[in-house]
Write a protein that binds this ligand. Sequence first.
Ligand code: GSH
Length: 256
Amino acid sequence: MSGGNAPGPAAHVGEQGKQKTYHKKATGQALQTVKRHSKENELKLFGSCFCPFVQRVWIALELKGLDYQYIEVDPYAKLKLLTDINPRGLVPALKHGDWGCYESNVLLEYLDDLDIGMRLLPSHPRDRAMSRLWVDHVNRNIVPGFYRFLQEQNPAKQIEYAEELKEQGHIMSYVDISVAPWLLRFSRVLHPYRGWPLPDKNSKLGKWIEALESHDAIKNTTSDNILYLDSYERYAENRLNTSQVANAVNAGRGLP
Ligand SMILES: N[C@@H](CCC(=O)N[C@@H](CS)C(=O)NCC(=O)O)C(=O)O
């Protein structure tokens, strides 16, 4: 159910008049990471190279220096391989031995509970609770705000949604990882498609994004810019049945 063949408005059609769609293979530094983690391993991440929810889990695996196998899957093909782990057919999905689980934040906490490598959550229960509150804020406001802005076709509404997204910017390792994939897509997706301004390098947000961009775990899970530009054209044109996320945003429902 890729929906990638639905005609989009002429003004948005790509350079050669051909609609672009999501990539099925990582590029750049992320591809090197895929190659390094292609060997059979009892810990398996089923992911898609363009997916920010996957990137959360992927960053954590890299940060912790865990041994794992990365398996690229097309989440729109609904292969049994994926639906056996996640009946919703969404990536990321994780297998550890014969046990499987899904939902990016649940997986981040599972990896942290393995207690190998760097901890993502702080140790004090109250600090842990505060981190979870921030992540809840990211999931409720920043993530849906990103898609609402990108999928909106009416320019006046785009301005309104950009303002809403800006107001969510005052946020602050679990929290960083949860929001990083979307912050990385601000310049790669929202900037080219919606004119989202690149943050001033001296602003708090600018410095934060710069620090994220220069981190090895982020670099190792990030493809070349064109992969994101192509992969998100479906959202920017709000094509029919782009994804479960897109459908939920269009219907005003919570994200899957
Ligand atoms: N709440 C899920 C969302 C995962 C999600 O929406 N993944 C997208 C790819 S970025 C997907 O698998 N889409 C398939 C579809 O929409 O059918 C999580 O945090 O893991």
